[in-house]
Design a binder for this molecule. Structure first.
Ligand code: SAH
Ligand code: SF4
Ligand code: F3S
Length: 441
């Protein structure tokens, strides 16, 4: 049988990356081999994101480029998957004649069957139904050879309906995987050499709420911590409103849990937080930060911030800046507010001019860069545990790995160190990485 080739392009968050890995595994089952050359492909999948307008534009421009390949290769199958596919449904077919398959976020497990039908009948398919069960998360995608770190989805969907956000509409209601399936997947990962897992979900703190297993997020972490072969545990994303004291205590009580938390604040203004439907005040957020730092003084705290939410006044924006000054995050992902169809924020008054949003974002990012640099410089002279992942991109004589606080460290060493946890003395803190000197392993 002639080899068939699959080319996948992925946009968006880690969940999409994980979905693409699962798609590749499912398609390998019907004879498709992955290729990095789109011209060689018999099947092209674009796994899209819809979180902000820019993400949509990127997916469309890539689709435009890849669709041209079909002019030379009429049998090429083109699939449009992920959140933007879920949002647009059959409209994709009328806008883009060369697309064969539109695949929503709950239908990944049906991919082989649909691709086979297209191969046979050359018909166009749209599949965007939501399911009341979790199907695809249990597809085991072996990590790429040599991977030490892996993402594990513990839940799908979201029930929070933050006013600006499309995720609940595109990924459906929150559903948790049963703990046995998660543990089983992590045990399999350890047999492939994985030592560090990052538990994934839109709001991991509410893991298990709808399960009748009596297993909440803290008990899940403890169960994972008992797995031999796993050295480090991380999770993302935590919603501040559901961050319990019990979970905070894990940063002191569960040695394998890394000292990093990504805790998106979105804004420092109570008025805006309310309009965003976030369910906490800036005072409550600050109290959680204090408790995190009291429990684990070395914890690294990162966050997401949206600038220019409808009605954000100069005073609201200043409150975000003041909060950043008070907290001094280790790093922040900041975004310009992007209006999304169908969300509650779309109906709000007081849209800000683009130039003002740009100005605020630039200023906020400059402030955060100063804080990040300060934090990284403060690590100079300290010894950090680094899990050595690969050769450094900067030099063939260097290796790279991450600290438990999620910082990248480059240091002199050879590939025999890969997979080891080594102690590295930090010699220089830059904005995006650290430089160090290995002292032992
Ligand atoms: N579930 C996670 C993250 C989801 S999306 C959480 O609640 O934290 C990642 C980030 O994208 C969000 O934290 C938010 O800062 C940003 N984001 C989401 N929708 C957006 C929008 N419409 N415009 C700008 N940024 C947005
Ligand atoms: Fe979106 Fe809010 Fe859900 Fe995060 S918690 S995915 S921001 S609705
Ligand atoms: Fe994007 Fe969907 Fe993730 S909208 S951020 S790919 S959940």
């Amino acid at each position: 049988m002639k080899n068939k080739y699959l080319y996948i392009e992925t946009f968006g968050c880690q969940m999409n990356v994980h979905d693409s890995e699962q798609m590749a595994v499912l398609l390998a089952g019907i004879g498709y081999k992955l290729t990095e050359d789109s011209r060689k492909a018999d099947l092209i999948l674009i796994n899209t994101c819809s979180i902000r307008e820019k993400a949509e534009q990127k997916a469309f421009s890539e689709l435009g480029r890849l669709m041209k390949l079909k002019e030379e290769k009429p049998n090429l199958i083109i699939g449009f998957a992920g959140c933007l596919a879920q949002h647009l449904g059959a409209k994709v077919h009328s806008r883009m004649k060369n697309v064969d398959l539109v695949l929503g976020t709950h239908n990944i497990h049906r991919l082989p069957e649909m691709v086979a039908a297209i191969q046979k009948e050359r018909k166009k398919i749209t599949q965007i139904d939501f399911s009341s069960k979790i199907h695809s998360l249990n597809v085991f995608a072996p990590p790429p050879k040599g991977s030490l770190c892996s993402f594990v989805s513990i839940m799908q969907g979201c029930d929070n309906y933050c006013a600006y956000c499309v995720v609940p509409y595109l990924r459906g209601p929150e559903m948790s995987r049963i703990p046995e399936d998660i543990i089983d997947e992590i045990q399999k990962l350890t047999r492939h050499g994985v030592k560090e897992v990052t538990l994934l979900g839109q709001n991991v703190n509410s893991y298990g709420k709808k399960l009748d297993h009596g297993c909440n997020f803290v008990s899940l972490i403890k169960k994972i911590s008992d797995i031999d072969g796993i050295d480090r545990i991380r999770f993302t994303t935590s919603h501040p409103k559901d961050l319990s004291d019990e979970l905070i205590d894990c940063f002191a009580g569960v040695p394998k849990l890394c000292n990093h938390i990504h805790l998106p604040v979105q804004s420092g203004s109570n008025r805006i937080l309310k309009l965003m439907n976030r369910g906490y005040s800036s005072e409550e957020y600050l109290r959680k930060i204090d408790r995190l730092r009291d429990t684990c003084p070395q914890i690294s705290i990162t966050s997401d911030i949206i600038v220019g939410f409808p009605g954000e006044t100069q005073k609201d924006y200043q409150e975000t800046i003041d909060m950043m000054e008070k907290i001094r995050f280790d790093s922040v992902f900041s975004f310009k507010y992007s209006e999304r169809k169908g969300t509650a924020a779309q109906k709000l008054q007081g849209k800000l001019p683009e130039a003002e949003i740009k100005h605020r974002l630039k200023e906020l990012q400059a402030l955060q860069d100063r804080h990040t640099q300060e934090k990284n410089t403060a690590l100079e002279g300290r010894v950090e545990e680094v899990l050595v992942e690969a050769r450094s991109r900067n030099s063939e004589h260097d290796m790279m790995g991450r600290t438990r606080s999620w910082r990248i460290v480059n240091f002199k060493g050879g590939p025999e160190l890969i997979g080891n946890r080594v102690n590295v003395e930090i010699t220089c803190g830059y904005l995006h990485s650290l430089r160090g000197k290995m002292i032992d392993h």
